[in-house]
Design a binder for this molecule. Structure first.
Ligand code: NA7
Length: 544
């Protein structure tokens, strides 16, 4: 290894939750760091997704960074589900509070990250021509940060306004007296739809596949409620850590199959529905995602709700999914189904009809034309691997990560990849599906401890063994394959498995065992002096 001095100890990509948390960890260790972000301020996905109605569907009390008590004192969210503005403000507040902003270079999309075997350094290049080197490389690129691009041949001919929800412009957009078309009815689309329906002159929703949309049951958090949240924060976080989806909901210990009595099952579902989103998904019955009969009961209950809310029976039927509940991520929003009772809202079923954009709006393959002033695209993301694959990442012996992952998506615990020394993924594929802040706390603190170990023991290079990476990857695949939803998700074009992107290999992108089952893999490494890793000492280091 040569003695070239790198520009920084560590380079982080992304200034969202995971990037900010990593910068704090590196600062704690006294290391120099540079963070590159394509956006113009902190937030990551919360910077780009400024579309109307954007908010998290994770609850405020677990949508936060946990690491410091003083942060908790200064933290205030005002609603059960914080809005994009609040979350972006919160992350901005943290980088200013800990003087981390000086380490972030905005408007700098990373083009490539190459590891050099002879220097043991990473060289990062940006789209605007910047070059920087570091010893550690931390992609904190997120799991839904690369939008699925529209492929409508006629899009350019449209004379009205076009907006992509996930790259929303910074300027004000006027929706008054506009005929607006929304393409996409996932979590993003339903938030846009419910927000704009009362404002638009006419709103036309182009639905290819219906989703099981759950009520959020949002409410304001006044000062007293927020005080309670803070007081109970540690205990709430412990509940979220053992919940398989990282939400602060206790598994009920009840199953549809064991309860049996239809009236009691209905009562439990009604209670979950009135509490909203994850209380319904995770707090009603523990077998809703596990057992076909329990799943069918859950799906029937939701379809019943749709039929009771939506007055026009044909529209109600179009909104009723027929695939199993959970084969695609169920979105949460208040008032979604009620929106379709408005006179100015129309649902267009495009499940069997291809659509294209033309100069005055959207038309179906069968020739029906919908005249529009504005089109909003909410068509999802190249999830999981998309953001890292967009960068030309090359590890030892110039091997390409994109090409390796085309063969098989492999990581060790979502953090390390064999052959990519000193690369620590903070938020990428194989992390637990569900509420990210809870998982990334475990990731960032483990990465911090590992780098600290290297720094204090004169260790220049870490690589995980191929065997350990294979063991973890096999575990991820087996957990997924053991779920009865797996087959349906692959068929349904779910972003969990990448089948929403044409040409992307269909395989599981996320770990469905929760941080509760992932973290032991990381803790074992700490307890066994990183037995799955090999370290290379610094030349001449005292412990070499
Ligand atoms: P999703 O959940 O992937 O939803 C994308 C939507 O866009 C979905 O309804 C798609 O229909 C639709 N879509 C995609 N391509 C097309 C084309 N070509 N024509 C018509 N409709 C199309 O993305 P979201 O952004 O809503 O949410 C993703 C996650 O990001 C969310 O859960 C949060 O965790 C953050 P399809 O279902 O494929 O038939």
């Amino acid at each position: 290894m040569s003695n070239i001095t790198p520009d920084y100890d560590a380079i982080v990509i992304g200034a969202g939750f995971s990037g900010v948390r990593s910068l704090w960890e590196l600062d704690r260790l006294g290391l120099t760091a540079r963070c590159f972000d394509a956006g113009s301020d902190v937030g990551g996905t919360w910077w780009w997704n400024r579309y109307p109605g954007c908010r998290t569907d994770g609850e405020a009390w677990v949508y936060a960074l946990k690491f410091l008590p003083e942060l908790l004192e200064e933290w205030d969210f005002t609603e059960r589900y914080p809005t994009q503005e609040e979350i972006q403000w919160y992350l901005s507040r943290i980088v200013d509070r800990y003087d981390l902003r000086k380490n972030i270079q905005f408007d700098s999309e990373v083009k490539s990250a190459h590891y050099s075997d002879c220097d043991n350094l990473w060289t990062i290049t940006t789209m605007n021509g910047g070059v920087a080197t570091s010893r550690y490389f931390l992609p904190a690129t997120g799991i839904t940060s690369i939008p699925k691009e529209p492929s409508f041949p006629g899009l350019k001919s449209f004379k009205g306004e076009v907006y992509q929800a996930s790259t929303w412009p910074e300027h004000e957009v006027d929706f008054q007296n506009k005929r607006i078309g929304v393409i996409g009815t996932g979590s993003t689309g339903i938030q846009v739809i419910t927000k704009l329906a009362p404002i638009a002159e006419k709103l036309t929703v182009f639905q290819r596949t219906p989703n099981y949309v759950l009520p959020a049951q949002n409410y304001p958090l006044d000062k007293q409620k927020m005080q309670d949240v803070k007081k109970n924060f540690a205990a709430t976080w412990e509940i979220a850590k053992v919940n398989l989806a990282g939400h602060a909901v206790k598994h009920s210990g009840r199953t549809v199959t064991s309860v049996g009595d239809p009236k009691e099952i209905q009562r439990v579902f009604e209670t979950g529905w009135s509490r909203g989103c994850y209380d319904f998904q995770l707090g009603t019955f523990d077998d809703s995602f596990m057992h076909p009969d329990a799943n069918a009961a859950t799906a029937d209950f939701i379809r019943g709700k749709i039929r009771s809310i939506v007055r026009d029976p044909d529209t109600a039927e179009l909104l009723c999914p027929t695939y199993p509940f959970g084969a695609r991520r169920p979105p949460c929003a208040d008032g979604y189904y009620e929106t379709f009772n408005r006179m100015n809202v129309q649902l267009v079923d495009i499940s069997k009809k291809e659509i294209d954009v033309y100069e005055n709006g959207i038309k179906t393959a069968s020739g029906v034309e919908y005249e529009l002033d504005m089109i909003i695209l909410a068509m999802g993301f190249d999830s999981g691997t998309g953001a890292m694959n967009k960068i030309d990442i090359r590890g030892s012996k110039n091997q390409s990560l994109r090409e390796s992952w085309m063969q098989r998506l492999e990581t060790f615990a979502g953090v390390l990849v064999h052959g990519y020394p000193n690369m620590f993924i903070v938020c990428g594929p194989h992390l637990p599906a569900g509420n990210q802040p809870v998982s990334l706390e475990a990731f960032a603190s483990w990465i911090g401890k590992t780098i600290e170990h290297m720094e204090s023991n004169g260790l220049a290079k870490i690589d995980v063994s191929k065997e350990s990476m294979n063991a973890w990857t096999t575990h991820v695949e087996e957990v997924w394959a053991g779920s009865f939803l797996a087959k349906h998700a692959h068929e349904q074009g779910s972003w969990f498995v990448g089948t929403n992107i044409p040409g992307k290999p269909s395989r599981i992108m996320f770990y469905f065992g929760g941080i509760v089952n992932l973290e032991p893999w990381l803790i074992k490494e700490l307890e066994t002096q990183w037995s799955s890793m090999s370290f290379t000492p610094l030349e001449g280091a005292k412990n070499a």
